[in-house]
Design a binder for this molecule. Structure first.
Ligand code: 5AD
Ligand code: FES
Length: 359
């Protein structure tokens, strides 16, 4: 069979990736089998946690897809206190999450740089340097990235959102605050400074083609990223892209396409860390577990204090917004086992790709 030949290839071309992303039925089964085999061989069955703190939804940007964009005046804006953030970090540390992700709307200011720098130092201290720290705070200057690294951050997530400049410009305002080049340059800077560098895209965006998604995978490979988090695009009422909701793939197909993307990426970039995006769970209650089963090895359980979770709505139907982190942890154990995984408690779970790249 033609498809089996593709999966046996050493080097996958754009055409091969398009076939893999389009796989259905029996082909899809083969794709997943190959991804599972690759995952077990190169990264094993351990699943690592990154406790996610969504500490503020105040954002200076206006991305057309995002529910917390500056132009949305229907969101109640919040900004956690340092104490609340540090309490969430303590919680993650005490429950052996291993790592923490600090995520928030994009703010660029000396005061913001300073605040994060202080928080990083305090988190390192409260955990005896035990917690690994990932930042997801958007486009910043080289100097800011450097200072945060010196203060203890070692991973950074900055999704390219789409590697197609054309599509990028359709889902962002075209102005100096939303330039594809800037995003790209920031990613290079992060990599250059020695961060474990993560990127990702949204899947099922309006106007997006399967060819562009194949190119996204090639982009990640060419860029040589260490980590990827990618999830389905989910429309949000109070955003400009909502007007195109009737042109989207049905939600179930966006979900399936995301799984095909994850499996294909695992086959192409064997030893990177791949996160099971929370957006998958907004579509299917066991969506993240399905992603773990076919190639993902990272989960980012939300440790933001419950009170604020509803206000960090990047997209609609965001899951677990009313749960305690405590309850989350209990249910995660069972969930991961069902996905043939095992939680790597208390471990950083660095990207094997990064470790290999550094040698
Ligand atoms: N649907 C899915 N993902 C979204 N993000 C933002 N808005 C949406 C949406 N409507 C993702 C972006 C961003 C990350 C923090 O959340 O990819 O990088
Ligand atoms: Fe906040 Fe895009 S809307 S970074």
């Amino acid at each position: 069979m033609e498809f089996e030949k593709i999966l046996k290839k050493e080097k996958l071309e754009r055409e091969d990736l398009i076939a893999m992303l389009s796989a259905k039925g029996e082909e899809r089964k083969l794709l997943f089998e190959k991804a599972v085999e690759t995952k077990l061989k190169y990264v094993g069955n351990k699943v690592y946690f990154r406790g996610l703190v969504e500490f503020s939804n105040i954002c200076s940007k206006d991305c057309y897809y995002c529910g917390i964009r500056k132009g949305n005046d229907k969101v109640a804006r919040y900004n956690l206190s340092d104490k609340e953030i540090l309490d969430a970090a303590t919680y993650a540390h005490e429950n052996r999450y291993g790592s923490l992700v600090l995520q928030g709307g994009e703010i660029i200011s000396p005061a913001f740089t300073k605040r994060i720098e202080n928080l990083l130092k305090k988190i390192k201290k409260l955990s005896n340097k035990g917690l690994g720290i990932t930042l997801s705070l958007g486009e910043q200057s080289r100097d800011t990235y450097q200072r945060w690294m010196d203060a203890g951050a070692h991973r950074y997530l900055l999704r390219i959102e789409s590697s197609s400049r054309e599509l990028y410009n359709k889902i962002h305002p075209v102005n100096e605050h939303h330039e594809f080049e800037t995003r790209y340059d920031c990613l290079r800077t992060l990599q250059d400074l020695g961060y474990q560098t993560g990127t990702g895209v949204m899947i099922g965006l309006p106007f997006q083609t399967i060819e562009q998604l194949a190119d996204d995978i090639l982009f990640m490979k060419d860029f040589d990223v260490d980590m990827v988090g990618m999830g389905p695009y989910i429309e949000h009422h109070d955003t400009p892209l909502y007007q195109f909701k009737d042109q989207l793939l049905p939600i179930k197909e966006r979900f399936d396409l995301t799984l095909n993307m994850i499996a294909s990426l695992r086959i192409v970039m064997k030893d990177i860390n791949i996160a099971a995006a929370t957006a998958l769970q907004a579509i299917d209650p066991i969506g993240r577990e399905k992603a773990v089963k076919i190639g993902a090895n990272i989960i980012m359980p939300n440790v933001t204090p419950g009170l604020f979770r509803n206000d960090y709505a990047l997209y609609e139907n965001k899951p677990c917004t009313d749960e305690d982190p405590e309850q989350c942890l209990n249910c995660m154990d069972v969930r991961i086992q069902l996905a043939d995984g095992e939680i790597g408690y208390g471990k950083w779970g660095d990207s094997a790709h990064y470790v290999r790249r550094k040698k």
